[in-house]
Design a protein around this ligand. Structure first.
Ligand code: AMP
Length: 421
């Protein structure tokens, strides 16, 4: 149907055409007209669905059309909050790319970079501000960010913002923002916490969901290899080498685990780097760039560090360890199969992680068949140790079940079988 039916201005359609987009994605087709009509939106959308353009395009249009109030310096009229620096950078870039034919100015503020440079940027004309919560609060405290004229407020990846414990920052950021405004909340997953937050932030929101709630993009093939924990690294190196995988994003649960795995993979002859919250912003960006360019083959990341990574046509995502929080599985595998591309998500499952797989299958509402690679079958005589923190996933699960109105404790039966190879 093309972008012309979305109600967007020809200059914005030109800008997206220059990006190579020909058709709006389903989330764009659903949200753009509603946002242009001024509605508050609560949208279920994962990274990779085109959700950034879904809010950036209509905001650019509304700001271009609205008269700029008063004289003197232009005020921040749209604020986008994101959980991580990487996502903030991507959202910023999208506003700049889509807004290239408009005079609107976008600024970016996030932690880990010079506060003075960001203060200088905010001292100029800024129409749109993209920010992570902690640094924005710091800048508000310094009197450098005036939010008193914000008309459009966006929460991007709201579920992750809550998971990262940003609720207090969010409440404090909201104080100077006018109550009469348009609020748009995007979240990959919905649970009771998100609904609670939405009640206090949004006015009569329109709920938009393009995919069934808590499902993954259908073009992602999900595979589960059962293997003993102490043989996972060996199996992973074997799979990457024998199947000739390139640009493999691997998830670990901990920063230390990411570093250790990266150094072991290097010893196996695979160019690997790790990114996590203890690495400097510069080091994370350099690793990401090397991965994008193909200079490194494997990037090992923690959930927080990987959030919002936008790497074109990422074909392979590996869960080296299953996440404690089942929703993280959806976020992780959302790195692949982006915007129409196809991808493979591989999970390495140790016997101790079976209960985590069951939680994931519960929220996906589908079974993930397991397979073994000959030579790497789990040893049934080994003792199964449940990982520490095991109760956190169970707690979250119960909360989720309550939110979805299910009876807590209902688990699907276990399924094992030699499957596809
Ligand atoms: P997002 O979900 O916002 O992270 O976007 C995922 C990827 O899809 C980005 O690389 C965008 O550039 C791309 N994208 C967004 N909208 C479209 C579209 N209508 N057609 C093709 N690609 C798109």
């Amino acid at each position: 149907m093309g972008f012309s039916t979305t109600g967007l201005h020809p200059s914005l359609i030109d800008a997206v055409t220059e990006q190579g987009y020909t058709e709006p994605t389903p989330i764009q087709a659903a949200t753009i007209p509603a946002i242009l009509a001024g509605q508050d939106i609560m949208a279920g959308a994962q990274t990779g669905t085109g959700k950034t353009a879904a809010f950036a395009l209509p905001i650019l249009q509304m700001l271009s059309q609205a008269p700029i109030a008063g004289t003197g310096r232009r005020a921040i009229r749209a604020l986008v909050l994101t959980p991580t620096r990487e996502l903030a950078q991507q959202v910023y870039k999208s506003f700049v790319d889509y807004g290239k034919h408009s005079p609107l100015q976008t600024a970016l503020v996030y932690g880990g970079a010079s506060v003075n440079t960001q203060m200088a940027a905010l001292a100029g004309d800024v129409d749109i501000l993209v920010a992570t919560p902690g640094r924005l609060l710091d800048l508000i405290g310094r009197g450098a960010a005036d939010l008193s004229r914000v008309q459009h407020l966006v929460f991007d990846e709201a579920d992750r913002m809550l998971d990262m414990g940003f609720i207090d920052e969010i409440r404090r950021i909201l104080k100077p923002i006018p109550a009469v405004r348009q609020t748009l909340l995007f979240s990959a997953t919905f649970d009771a916490e998100i609904f609670d937050l939405s009640k206090s932030l949004l006015t009569n929101p329109t709920l938009i969901e393009v995919d069934a709630r808590n499902t993954v993009a259908s073009q992602v093939e999900q595979m589960v290899y059962a293997v003993d924990a102490d043989r996972k690294r060996e199996l992973l190196s074997y799979l990457i080498g024998s199947k000739n995988w390139h640009q493999v994003l691997v998830f670990t649960r901990t920063k230390q685990g990411a570093d250790e795995l990266a150094s072991e993979m290097c010893k196996d002859g695979l160019k690997t780097q790790s990114i996590h919250g203890d690495k400097s912003q510069g080091a994370r960006e350099r690793a990401l760039e090397a991965f994008r360019e193909g200079a490194i083959r494997v990037l090992v990341a923690t959930d927080v560090a990987a959030r919002g990574l936008d790497i074109d046509q990422l074909a392979y995502v590996v869960n080296y360890e299953l996440p404690y929080n089942a929703e993280d599985y959806i976020h992780r595998i959302g790195r692949t199969g982006r915007a129409g591309g196809s991808g493979i998500a591989i999970s390495l499952l140790s016997p101790a992680e079976n209960y985590l797989l069951e939680e994931i299958e519960t929220i996906l509402d589908s079974r993930l068949p397991q397979q073994w690679l000959p030579g790497y079958e789990p040893d049934p005589t080994k003792e199964v140790k449940r990982p520490r923190n095991a109760s956190k996933g169970a707690q979250k699960k119960r909360a989720r079940e309550r939110a979805l109105g299910q009876k807590p404790g209902k688990k699907p039966g276990q399924q094992q079988g030699r499957g596809r190879r």
